[in-house]
Design a protein around this ligand. Structure first.
Ligand SMILES: [Zn+2]
Length: 291
């Protein structure tokens, strides 16, 4: 089971998060048929979605990450609901297939933007956009936190693939000092992160609690409640009905006439919803009844 562990360090002056999202990343690979290069990049953005939606509360809190870097993988979108329930899609999941594992920055591309939308069910969602630093994911999200959220952060994602391309391990470690954190503590934490070595190896050999214990255990480490990430899609037949209604009755019936039915497929889980001519008549009748 995937897990996200958090610990307060130095009496709450900093917080470390360690994530194992292996199963979530493997589910994404299976759903989207990603190539090894695409899996390697997508799993890192997914880990950041897991991290950023962990603290969300309630059904109305929604996270959207859009990485638009102009790389071979095209746009990557990760959505998250409270408790790190995430889903994702990418434009070109087959990029570099048969070419081993290409660098993350070639899949993501370093020439574009990272957009973060946090919708808390209020009037205006929070929307932060930064330029990508280099398309490595780690540096791009660290830059986003520093610039847009004033939270200087050390971020290390790790992904290890099996010979058949499936995900052996995926995860991340994020260290964020609180605003009152003294510079000498920040220096100590940056030093601890430097000692990680190869993060792709570390996520496959250490569980999140073991990783925190080994690298941060000596810093007055106080564990918080863990979160259990998973790949969960929020699509529904009702949501597809709303898309159908937005098409207008005439166009919907015309497509049903031509193709026998109107069919929608979810970009995030590939679930299909089929609407017959009778369904369409009924849906528009009910929609008009509501007005
Ligand atoms: Zn779906």
């Amino acid at each position: 089971m995937d897990i996200l562990c958090r610990s307060m360090l130095f009496e709450g002056k900093a917080i470390v998060t360690a994530i194992d999202c292996t199963e979530t990343a493997e589910r994404a690979r299976q759903l989207h048929g990603t190539s090894p290069s695409a899996t390697n990049a997508l799993a890192r953005v997914l880990a950041m979605g897991v991290f950023m939606s962990a603290g969300f509360k309630g059904l109305k809190h929604k996270l959207t990450l859009i990485v638009d870097g102009g790389g071979a993988g095209g746009n990557i979108i990760v959505c998250g609901d409270s408790g790190s329930k995430v889903r994702c899609r990418m434009d070109n999941p087959a990029c570099f297939d048969g070419e081993g594992v290409r660098p993350v920055s070639e899949v993501v591309g370093g020439n574009g933007r990272l957009t973060v939308i946090k919708d808390f069910g209020l009037k205006e969602p929070y929307n932060g956009t930064v330029k990508l630093v280099n398309g490595s994911v780690d540096a791009d999200f660290a830059y986003y936190f520093t610039v847009s959220e004033q939270l200087p952060s050390a971020i290390a994602t790790g992904v290890k693939l099996n010979p058949d391309g499936s995900v052996a391990a995926a995860g991340a470690v994020i260290v964020q000092p609180m605003p009152n954190c003294p510079p000498e503590i920040i220096e100590t934490l940056v030093d601890a992160v430097r000692h990680f070595g190869n993060m792709d190896e570390l996520v496959s050999t250490h569980t999140p609690p073991a990783l925190i214990e080994e690298y941060f255990g000596q810093f007055d480490n106080k564990p918080l409640q863990p979160t259990y990430p998973a790949y969960v899609c929020s699509c529904s037949r009702q949501a597809m009905e709303r898309i159908l209604i937005s098409m207008g009755k005439k166009d919907a019936l015309e497509i049903a006439e031509q193709n026998g039915v109107v069919e929608f497929s979810c970009d995030f889980c590939h679930k299909k919803e089929v609407f017959t001519k009778e369904d369409i008549e009924r849906i528009f009748e009910e929609a008009n009844g509501d007005n």
